[in-house]
Write a protein that binds this ligand. Structure first.
Ligand code: ADP
Ligand code: TRP
Length: 321
């Protein structure tokens, strides 16, 4: 089974990225042929800063490896190192209706948040469809926010198959319900574009400051509260051991849950949870040349996989003469 997913290097990766996409991908190393990549071409739709994009790309790669992705047991590369994907994007864009893209929430949300409405941002889902279809991926683990983009990829793939004959595998999304949408500090979806994240590798005072900024209501400590409606609880449950979670849940339901105290406990839990990965990440970033070699090797493997599909597509549409 081919399992594929990508992540943008458009800012520090956060715990929403980790639980929604990175951890499921890491676990999937056992389950099939895994394709993981850093989508720097997509990140160009929101980052126009050379240093930020190039450093962010290497950091995202180090993050993924430090958290447990083993480049020897999967294909791990940087999207822009495989030029086949941009050619496929163009071909697919000629059969993507405007209406399909106009319906995408993500585009509208991003524009509402102040990202410039460029043509690249609008056609972002077509590049994503090419990412997926080029490797004939069957399963795509993502957070809930990407569900619609997956539908667009399926639509485009089916349309191509219908017009030009069976060519692409039609992918299925894999969304883990329990972590489909990790809330941000403000209770909205945690997202790099919303400035409401807890970056995975934050530590010390900076981590504490973020956790303390998690928004909570003003219900007094002794009064009962609904844990599932509480942003803080929903984050706490990602890190707390089962027994402790049961205790805290009881405090919410019966009264006695003190937000400040729970926040302090959460700081320690997050710090501990990522401790080992943090050390590994620092090590990886100290030797950037080795990291680049890993990615170059991954890109070679990805291109080998991409070439036959693109060749077939070129034949099917008549670009081969
Ligand atoms: P961001 O919104 O922070 O820019 P990306 O769009 O790069 O994140 O998302 C990378 C992956 O992480 C996607 O699969 C996405 O669905 C997942 N993801 C992002 N934010 C969250 C979240 N808050 N909860 C669960 N998954 C998320
Ligand atoms: N659009 C995805 C996101 O913002 C990233 C992405 C690009 C992706 N190409 C992909 C995810 C292909 C899965 C498969 O999170």
């Amino acid at each position: 089974m081919k399992i594929l997913s990508g992540i943008q290097p458009s800012g520090q990766l956060h715990i929403g990225n980790y639980f929604g996409m990175m951890l499921p991908m890491i676990r999937n190393m056992e389950k099939g042929e895994l394709y993981a990549f850093i989508v720097n071409l997509h990140a160009l739709t929101s980052v126009h800063d050379k240093e930020k994009l190039s450093a962010g790309t290497l950091e995202a790669a180090a993050d993924f490896i430090a958290l447990g992705l083993d480049p020897d047991r999967c294909i791990f590369w940087v999207q822009g190192d495989v030029p086949e994907v941009t050619e496929l994007t163009w071909i697919l864009s000629t059969l993507t209706s405007m209406g399909l893209l106009e319906r995408c929430h993500s585009y509208k949300d991003k524009v509402a948040k102040g990202i410039a409405p460029s043509h690249g941002l609008f056609s972002y889902p077509v590049l994503m469809a090419a990412d997926i279809l080029l490797y004939q991926a069957e399963i795509v683990p993502v957070g809930k926010d990407q569900k619609q983009h997956l539908e667009v990829a399926r639509d485009i793939g089916m349309r191509f198959n219908h017009i030009f004959g069976e060519t692409f595998v039609i992918p299925e999304p894999a969304i883990e319900e329990s972590v489909a949408t990790v809330p941000g500090l403000d209770g909205q979806k945690m997202s790099k574009s919303y400035d409401n994240t807890i970056p995975i590798f934050l530590e010390g005072k900076k981590l504490k400051k973020k956790v303390m900024a998690i928004q909570t209501d003003s219900t007094p400590v002794e009064e009962p509260k609904d844990p599932d409606a509480c942003n803080l609880y929903n984050m706490f449950k990602l890190f707390a051991p089962a027994e402790r979670l049961t205790e805290v849940r009881k405090l919410y339901v019966e009264g006695g849950a003190a937000y400040g105290y729970i926040k302090q406990e959460l700081v320690k839990l997050i710090d501990e949870y990522f401790k080992e990965a943090r050390a590994k990440r620092a090590e990886l970033l100290q030797d950037k040349e080795s990291l680049k070699k890993i990615l170059a090797n991954g890109a070679l493997k990805a291109r080998e996989k991409a070439a036959p599909t693109l060749d077939l597509v070129r034949q099917r549409v008549g670009l081969k003469y």
